[in-house]
Write a protein that binds this ligand. Structure first.
Ligand code: R1P
Length: 289
């Protein structure tokens, strides 16, 4: 039995941070960072059956073209992803009444629709990127036993190429779900490795008033290649989503609308439009159109 201090439930039996009961979520779940983006997605739904919010975690479940989908905001960063995926997994794979893991496990489909900065000059603002791999620079996943799901060859190559200071922890590389990739991909979408940072400023090479450990890191990431794959973009959730999903048996795919190009120093003139286009593209692919 999992103790009350380890799997915390609210008085109504819902999971602690997400405020959800098992019947509230669909098998297909879209993650967004920004809670205001949840309704940007569900505005296209035929109907909404459920809505809740606690802190930055807002969830709506409804029907889009006959398919039941949940949309959930994760807030910013890998630490939040730890909460979201563990609690989602508890909803489907732990009996919340007996507090025992279930024998027959459920595999969720998790798709992130995010925004991100491109590191490559040839991946312009307003384009879309599908992450073949998440490369976690943040350490969150290193609290778990990850050797079975992580790609040590990519990690070693990245550490050597960037002369990575291991005092920052060992980066981790995790693949996307190939099954979801096949459903979502098209020739409109760039593919590559998405680096996931544990912060927005120093951890992504932004200098305001503090010196950073490696000023050349973005430039080095920019020309890193592994088996013809480049690091396309830098954001704050993908590797954590891929890692926890792989460990718990869920399928995950991360899509990002590129709103900034760090190589050319440009920013989208209409980032909301780029995100809207990625939303409708993804919903239609999920609904089988
Ligand atoms: C930083 O501004 C946030 O934006 C990006 C980053 O990953 C981080 O969460 O993604 P979202 O737009 O999905 O939040």
């Amino acid at each position: 039995m999992i103790q009350a201090s380890e799997l915390i439930l609210n008085p109504d039996g819902s999971v602690y941070h997400l405020n959800l009961l098992p019947e509230h979520i669909a098998n297909d779940i879209i993650f967004v960072g920004d809670q205001n983006r949840v309704e940007k997605i569900t505005q296209f739904f035929d109907s909404i059956e459920f809505s809740t919010q606690k802190r930055e975690f807002k969830t709506q479940t409804g029907i889009y073209k006959g398919k039941r989908i949940s949309v959930m905001s994760t807030g910013i960063g890998p630490d939040n992803i730890d909460i979201v995926i563990n609690e989602l997994d508890a909803l489907v794979n732990i009996d919340l009444k007996t507090r025992q893991p279930k024998e027959n496990l459920t595999s969720l489909n998790i798709i992130r629709i995010g925004t991100s900065g491109s590191l490559q000059e040839n991946i312009p603002v307003d384009s879309f990127v599908l992450s073949k791999f998440g490369l976690g620079l943040d350490n969150m996943l290193r609290s778990y036993l990850i050797d079975e799901v992580s790609n040590a060859a990519i990690e070693d190559a990245f550490i050597a190429h960037t002369n990575w200071d291991i005092r920052k922890g060992r980066p981790y590389a995790i693949a996307c779900s190939e099954e979801l990739e096949k459903i979502i991909e098209s020739d409109k979408i760039f593919k590559g490795i998405t680096a996931t940072a544990g912060g927005f400023y120093g951890p992504q090479g932004r200098v305001l008033r503090l010196n950073i450990q490696d000023e050349e890191l973005n430039a080095k990431m920019d020309n890193f290649t592994f088996n013809d794959s480049q690091i396309t973009n830098l954001e704050m959730e993908t590797a954590a989503i891929y890692g926890l999903s792989a460990l718990l048996g869920h399928k995950a795919l991360s899509l990002n609308a590129i709103i900034a190009n760090r190589a050319s120093g440009t920013f989208s003139e209409d980032p909301y439009r780029a995100v809207d286009k990625l939303i409708t593209y993804t919903l239609n692919k999920l609904a089988g159109n």
